[in-house]
Design a protein around this ligand. Structure first.
Ligand SMILES: Cc1cc2nc3c(=O)[nH]c(=O)nc-3n(C[C@H](O)[C@H](O)[C@H](O)COP(=O)(O)O)c2cc1C
Length: 193
């Protein structure tokens, strides 16, 4: 069965509207029937941002092509997934720091992408990356710079088919979960723009 990697950048999952939306989207498109889903809770990983020491250590391993080091295990999960869902609320006009730290840790050159001085070539096999988000205020999809960044990251990894599913005004809604249900019931095909 094909592999779906769910990158969960949500906290307080029982009350998270982003996580709820993500689960509803998975249900609507029957992704759980089409894919073997592996969920990674990014907050549980307790990853650190890359400091100088870590960068030197990683560069050395990359130079020696020692990709069997456990430092690269998460990157390999990303590389081998057939479908990736990134589930993250809007934080400070972007996404939570935990997601940025994850990206830093997995975006390993010669594993997820190569750069020959002219062009970047992605090495990931995923056919699609879906970004699922909620935002407290009335920010529109077209102004979601968190998603715009993720599109660039996905392109770097070699994934050119990306899609955004976003719900705004969650902090203004009286019944945000019911609004999400209504929103999901009106969603079209996963392949349409
Ligand atoms: C630290 C923090 C920063 C936030 N920044 C924004 C923001 O820049 N724009 C916005 O529309 N909402 C912002 N919000 C509101 C959240 O995006 C909104 O409540 C979202 O639905 C939370 O999702 P959740 O219920 O899954 O946690 C912020 C919330 C927090 C906690």
């Amino acid at each position: 069965m094909k592999k779906l990697l769910l990158l969960n950048a949500n906290q307080n999952l029982e009350h998270s509207r982003t996580y709820y939306l993500t689960k509803k989207v998975i249900e609507k498109y029957e992704l759980d029937k089409k894919y073997d889903i592996k969920e990674i809770n990014l907050y549980d990983l307790n990853l650190n941002y890359l400091d100088e020491e870590k960068i030197i250590e990683r560069n050395e391993l990359v130079f020696q092509r020692k990709f069997d080091d456990k430092m690269f295990d998460l990157a390999k999960e990303v590389k081998d997934a057939d479908f990736i869902i990134v589930s993250a609320p809007m934080f400070d006009m972007s996404y939570p720091a935990v997601l940025k730290v994850f990206i830093e840790n997995v975006s390993v050159s010669n594993l997820l992408f190569t750069y020959d001085g002219k062009e970047i070539k992605g090495l990931c096999k995923a056919e699609k990356l879906l970004y699922v988000t909620t935002r407290g205020w009335g920010i529109k999809n077209r102004d979601d710079y968190g998603y715009k960044n993720i599109v660039q990251v996905a392109n770097m990894w070699g994934i050119n088919n990306t899609k955004l599913i976003g719900v705004s005004k969650t902090d203004l809604a009286k019944r945000p979960f019911r609004d999400i249900d209504d929103f999901v019931s009106k969603l079209g095909s996963l392949d349409e723009e």
